[in-house]
Design a protein around this ligand. Sequence first.
Ligand code: GUN
Length: 295
Amino acid sequence: MSEPTQPASAAIETVVVDGLGLAKSIRAELAREVAALVEAGRRAPCLAVVLVGDDPASRSYIKGKQRACARIGMESVEHLLPEDTPEPALLELVAKLNADDGVDGILVQLPLPAHISPAAVAEAVDPAKDADALHPSTSGKLLAGTADLISCTPLGVMAILDHHQVPLEGAQAVVIGRSNIVGKPVSLLLQQRNATVTMCHSRTRNLPEICRQADVLVAAVGRPRMVKGDWIKPGAAVMDVGVSEVDGKLVGDVDFEAAQGVASLITPSRRGIGPMTITMLLRNTLHAYRARTNA
Ligand code: GUN
C-alpha cells in the first residue's frame, strides 16, 4: 500500500519590494511641495551633510543624499572634514550650522572616527534641525509618541509595510538589532501600531526560534546572510536593513535566495530600504523647514 501523499502546501510567491519605485513616487510628491514653496516666493529647504574622513561607502552615501536633494529642488551643503578632525572642531561646525538660518536639516554621517563620540555629536545638533533624529530629545519624543522627526530608516521600513498593506495590529514583530538609529526606533514605531514586538540582539538565546514566530521580521545587525530560510515563518514580511559587501557583492542580513518561496515580502539589498531612507531624510528636512519657518 502506498503512503498517502501529503497535500502540497500552497506555494508562497515572494514579493520583492521595489524600494526605489516607492521612493520615487514619494519624492515626486516632496518635489511638488518644494516647488509650491518656491513659487510662493520662499527659499528652498536646505540640508547640511557633514562627513569626517573619506570612507568610500560614506562618500557614496552622502553623494546619493545630495543628488536626491537636487532632484526635488532642495538645497544641500556638504562639509568634508579630514579623518583627524578633533571632536571640538566638529562640534564647532555643528554649532555654526545650528546658527545658520539658511540650514534646515543637519546630518553628520556615521560611522565617525573612533576619537569622536557619536553621542556628543548627536547632542550637539539643534533638535529643530535634527533630520537624522538622533538627538536624545528627539528619541525621547519618539518614546513618548510625540515625535515630529523620526529616524529615516525606520520611517522607510514603516512606509514599505504600509504600502504593501502588511497588517501590524496584533502582529508578532521581531526586530534583530538594538541600534539607536534603526533597531530601537523601529521597534517603537511597530509598537505604536499595536504590533507585539520582540527585540533581539547578539546575546539573544534561541534566535532562530524567535524569528520563526515573526509575522514581521526586521533584520538590522549588519551580519551578512545571518537569517537563514528556515528562520522565517512562511508568509512573513521581511525587512532586511543590513547591507554588507561580500566578495564585491552587496548582501543583506537575510539569506535572500533562501527566503524566496517562504517570505511573502522581502526587501532586496539594492533598491530596497536604501532609497527609502534617503527619501525620509528629505521628508524630515522639509518637515523641519516647515516647522522652523511656519511654512
Ligand atoms: N550611515 C549610514 N546610514 C546613516 C544614516 O541614516 N544617518 C547617518 N547619520 N549616518 C548613516
